[in-house]
Design a protein around this ligand. Structure first.
Ligand SMILES: [Zn+2]
Ligand SMILES: [Zn+2]
Length: 358
């Protein structure tokens, strides 16, 4: 078909050469078009739509203690600490105690919100099972069950029954449970992947998985879990040090239409936020094939962003303040892409997984 046209118009030797040249050019053109089409076909996978447009970013901590349980400071002091350190919302989550924010109304205004909560503190076979309930109406009695998984599930259910949002706390505290158990738990949208308490083993070690490894194990088999960073702060008095449970170590920055508990909860459940232990972002953008991040520079810190896919596979490592990842043909079959940004001092931000259309 391609050859036919030019050949009919050959009238002279010179014309034949030109016609052959044209014919060859058409062949190359067709081949190039086919080659170009191949990656496009293979790259048919796309990110599920996610937009942050028109939303405001609110920094908050969902896990903190007061003298109502085992913290060293009164609720007023704790709330004031967060308020004066630029947080926009806070959950007071005492162990099996409901610390009612209504008592602290004088600290709440359009710039700072207290969301009612509790750390449902239970155990199974001496393994601690701690589940936070966020935006709950009052105290919830912690529950136990005949299995470890059952105990986790019953506490998650207890929070859901009162329309609260549960999060699973520090699985590696006393090496209580991991991916195997969490894979069997349902309706829990949030997992602490970073907890500022010194005894919770965020990084794992010696054959025990760290929190990010556990997170990837869940995501890789299709459990939609979003990773949160929290303080779990107990110590607001005296010296601040690595062996104490001080505030200011882990937080979330939530994209929501307004500073209201229901909106923040909806965004947390939808993964519309990032977690941080020190790195701040200016923005996130998810296109059909591209995840783009803008990092807020601080001093002369340098930043390395690692894009991570199923089973923790490193897809790319990128420097600079505007890292992005574009889906590649070889990414076919991936479930998700997430990002971890690390600065030159070791502080991190974790961008929530963006899922691929399947
Ligand atoms: Zn705990
Ligand atoms: Zn705690």
């Amino acid at each position: 078909m391609v050859r036919g046209g030019p050949r009919r118009r050959i009238t002279a030797a010179r014309g034949q050469v030109i016609a052959q040249g044209r014919s060859a050019a058409r062949w190359f053109g067709l081949a190039a078009a086919l080659l170009a089409a191949l990656p496009l076909t293979a790259r048919a996978q796309r990110f599920e739509a996610r937009s942050f447009q028109g939303l405001t970013w609110f920094k908050g901590n969902t896990h903190s203690h007061t003298t109502e349980s085992d913290g060293d400071s009164a609720p007023e002091v704790v709330a004031q600490w967060y308020r004066s350190h630029g947080y926009r919302f806070l959950v007071l989550s005492d162990h099996n105690v409901f610390t009612d924010p209504a008592r602290l109304a004088s600290l709440v205004d359009s710039t700072f919100l207290l969301i009612p909560g509790e750390e449902l503190t239970s155990q199974f076979d001496r393994k601690p099972v701690h589940v936070n309930g966020l935006a709950i109406p009052g105290r919830i009695e912690p529950r136990t069950d005949t299995t470890l998984v059952g105990t986790i599930q019953r506490n998650v259910d207890a929070v859901r029954e009162v329309q609260g949002v549960p999060h699973i706390n520090h699985p590696n505290f006393r090496w209580a449970f991991g991916a195997r158990e969490l894979l069997q738990v349902r309706t829990d949208p949030l997992l602490e992947i970073f907890n500022g308490h010194p005894l919770v083993h965020n990084e794992g070690g010696d054959g025990s998985a760290g929190m990010e490894e556990i997170w990837d194990a869940l995501l890789s088999v299709g459990k939609r879990t979003y990773g949160i960073a929290v303080d779990d702060a107990h110590h607001f008095q005296g010296e601040f040090g690595p062996d104490r449970s001080n505030p200011g170590r882990g937080w979330v920055v939530v994209a929501a239409p307004r500073l209201a508990a229901a909106d923040l909860m909806r965004s947390l459940e939808a993964g519309s936020f990032y977690a941080s232990s020190g790195v701040a972002l200016e923005g996130l953008e998810v296109g059909p094939e591209t995840l783009s991040i803008r990092i807020q520079p601080q001093g002369d810190f340098k930043y390395t962003t690692t894009f991570i896919g199923d089973h923790g596979r490193v897809l790319a490592r990128v420097g600079g303040l505007a890292p992005s990842y574009r889906l590649k043909p070889r990414d076919r079959g991936l479930r998700y892409v997430r990002a971890r940004i690390e600065d030159s001092g070791g502080a991190r931000a974790w961008v929530q997984p963006v899922f691929l259309e399947r």
